[in-house]
Design a protein around this ligand. Structure first.
Ligand SMILES: *Cc1c(COP(=O)(O)O)cnc(C)c1O
Length: 399
């Protein structure tokens, strides 16, 4: 795909809406829906502050577009996973700040960016250089950060992650003991946040939620008074006791149901329309696709669309997914292949299901959670797998 624009360092990463005719599918991202979702979560969490987790390129939807829309709506705290994501986000937010105001008025203050993955060995000094705040995950991280602060002769901000049940990142109990007994380890460090992460927030009745809340409250009491954060998207819906001073939603911003199986209070954000390349009729006994896994039981009309597993349309959807065309729901038949997928459009009027028409693979009539269910996965994986070949169209936040 030739780059169609030279704006920004990564503007040519994906085809844009202008390329829609040359690509197999158009991915539409509704920035206004993301902003509406952030406001809903903010209002539910008040008086706690509402951050936005934009790791993994804003869950696959494009941090360059998503972060400025959220900043414009008033979001002032962002979380990413890695140093590189933080550097890219700082650049994006600086562009936003410079464009956000009339000449001669003050720019908004730079939003805070926390890097969840902790200190990258050998590249620690890049964090202060780009105005990034590390989430320290161990006493080792803390020691490195404290030494760097003393070396630079300045206080350095940090968040401290304590493990309360994920056993993934964060200070384990014995390290928390050692820190509580020797607070000098924090020398030179401005603790901006104490945080932990919930393992089962999407299952409100799970006993681990309460246990983690208690462990987190106890851990906080042993550390200097610091703003605290525990809740991800689902955690916000566990109630005010889980909100503390800052909440960290990710997936709900992007329209995925925070609590699986419950009515989804979030607005849908993505839509994926795939172009039909060909339609053919097959007779009883005719087979479709690799492995001939679908065999026609009568006369069938098969539409082939230009999307496959190379686009993140997962192969596990083979024979299981559905799509929508002109209000008709059509089943995926046969296997998903690399660039192509086949749907049975027998029941759809011919003037609708024709080459050049589009099939809705994701959207209001087939939300991310429904496709995730068909694939045997979760909405997070559907979003972060969305492919690089789709033309991307962004509906502006302020329309
Ligand atoms: C990814 C992540 C979040 C956001 O989680 P969602 O379930 O997407 O809301 C919050 N906190 C941490 C530590 C994370 O890694």
């Amino acid at each position: 795909m030739p780059p169609t624009s030279t704006e920004g360092p990564r503007a040519s990463r994906f085809p844009t809406a202008a390329d829609a005719g040359r690509v197999g599918a158009v991915l539409t991202v509704d920035l206004a829906a993301i902003v509406a979702n952030w406001r809903l979560l903010r209002d539910r969490s008040a008086p706690a502050e509402c951050a936005a987790v934009v790791k993994a390129d804003a869950y696959g939807l494009g941090v360059e577009q998503v972060a400025p829309a959220l900043a414009e709506a008033g979001c002032r705290v962002f979380f990413v996973a890695t140093l590189d994501e933080g550097v890219a986000l700082r650049w994006v937010l600086e562009q936003w700040r410079q464009g956000a105001v009339e000449p001669d008025t003050a720019s908004p203050a730079p939003p805070a960016i926390f890097v969840l993955g902790g200190l990258p060995p050998g590249s620690e000094t890049e964090l202060p250089r780009h105005g990034l705040i590390p989430v320290l995950n161990s006493l080792g991280d803390l020691e490195t950060w404290s030494l760097l602060a003393q070396l630079l002769g300045m206080r350095l901000p940090a968040a401290l992650h304590v493990d309360t049940g994920m056993s993934r990142l964060g200070l384990p109990a014995d390290e928390l003991d050692r820190l509580a007994n020797d607070p000098d380890r924090l020398e030179g460090v401005n603790l901006a946040l104490v945080m932990s992460h919930l393992a089962c927030a999407d299952e409100p009745a799970h006993e681990l939620n309460q246990r983690q809340l208690e462990a987190f409250t106890a851990a906080r009491a042993r550390l200097p008074a610091t703003p605290a954060s525990l809740a991800n998207s689902a955690g916000i819906f566990l109630g005010a006791a889980f909100h503390f001073q800052l909440v960290r939603p990710g997936v709900a911003l992007y329209g995925v149901a925070p609590i699986a199986g419950e009515p989804n209070p979030m607005q849908g954000v993505v839509r994926l329309d795939a172009r039909i390349l060909q339609v053919r009729e097959i007779d009883t006994g005719g087979t479709v696709g690799y492995g001939a896994t679908h065999r026609a039981r009568g006369r069938e009309r098969i539409a082939t669309v230009s999307v496959g597993y190379a686009d993140g349309y997962l192969r596990s959807l083979s024979g299981r997914a559905s799509a929508v065309i002109g209000g008709y729901r059509v089943p995926l038949v046969g296997r998903v292949s690399m660039d192509l997928t086949t749907f049975d459009v027998t029941g759809v009027p011919e003037e609708l299901a024709r080459p050049g028409a589009t099939l809705q693979l994701l959207g209001p009539e087939h939300p991310v959670d429904a496709l995730a269910e068909e694939a045997g996965t979760i909405g997070y994986e559907i979003l972060t797998s969305l492919g690089a070949r789709y033309a991307r169209a962004y509906l502006p936040a302020d329309r």
